[in-house]
Ligand binder design. Structure first.
Ligand SMILES: Cc1cc2nc3c(=O)[nH]c(=O)nc-3n(C[C@H](O)[C@H](O)[C@H](O)COP(=O)(O)O)c2cc1C
Length: 196
């Protein structure tokens, strides 16, 4: 197992905002199934800042999610400012996470880009999960915050966005303070309804 990948595994001289060609280094990065099974929601972070190249890679991974008609309805706001994070924190019961994460990414769907409510929201879920897996693969940690959606309009106004943008989630991320989180899943025998 190669978890989590060390920064030392990066190809020396790799351009800051890598394209998909950089997946040539896949032997040095996390196996997809290992990543899926070992990712946990991380809610405590160190003070270490997150590099901009990693933030862009995370957003890029989000944009490589599938979307119906390839309409790519996702939009992002990168929130580093502690002032904005403090304001954001007041809009969720998980404010401590938002305040303490070095960075949050607010993820929106662009209503003007949508063509089908259900399918566009499914694409947004795929986008956010891609981001979480990329964050994990980069040796960072994150939590998908959905409770803040009760104040979606206030978040949109705080970030001064037009009303065509609808908040889907806030992803709080950073360098994990610990990696001892446990999680459970139902046995697959409980969720497979039938086999024909
Ligand atoms: C749609 C959605 C909304 C979520 N909202 C929150 C949230 O507001 N606060 C939080 O701490 N975790 C939130 N989570 C994270 C879940 O609690 C977490 O994924 C779940 O408990 C399983 O744990 P794991 O991610 O470590 O496997 C959310 C996850 C999803 C998919």
């Amino acid at each position: 197992m190669v978890l989590p990948p060390s920064r030392d595994l990066r190809v020396p001289g790799e351009p800051p905002f890598s394209g998909i060609q950089t997946r040539k280094q896949s032997e040095a990065t996390m196996n997809i199934l290992e990543g899926i099974y070992s990712r946990r929601s991380i809610r405590n972070f160190t003070d270490k800042p997150v590099e901009q190249r990693d933030v862009l890679e995370i957003i890029k991974a989000g944009t490589w999610a599938p979307s119906g008609l390839n309409n790519q309805p996702w939009r992002f706001v990168i929130i580093r400012s502690s002032g904005v994070r403090n304001s954001l924190a007041r809009l969720t019961r998980y404010g401590t996470i938002v305040k303490n994460a070095p960075i949050c990414i607010a993820v929106f769907v662009d209503r003007d880009a949508m063509y089908d409510n259900a399918k566009d929201h499914q694409a947004m879920g795929a986008c956010i999960q891609n981001m979480l897996l990329a964050i994990h693969a980069l040796g960072l940690g994150a939590v998908w915050l959905g409770e803040i959606l009760k104040n979606a309009e206030a978040v949109r106004l705080l970030l001064e966005l037009p009303d065509t943008n609808e908040l889907m989630a806030v992803v709080a991320l950073g360098h994990p303070a610990s990696r001892d989180q446990q999680s459970q899943r139902k046995d697959i025998s409980e969720v497979i309804l039938n086999e024909c």
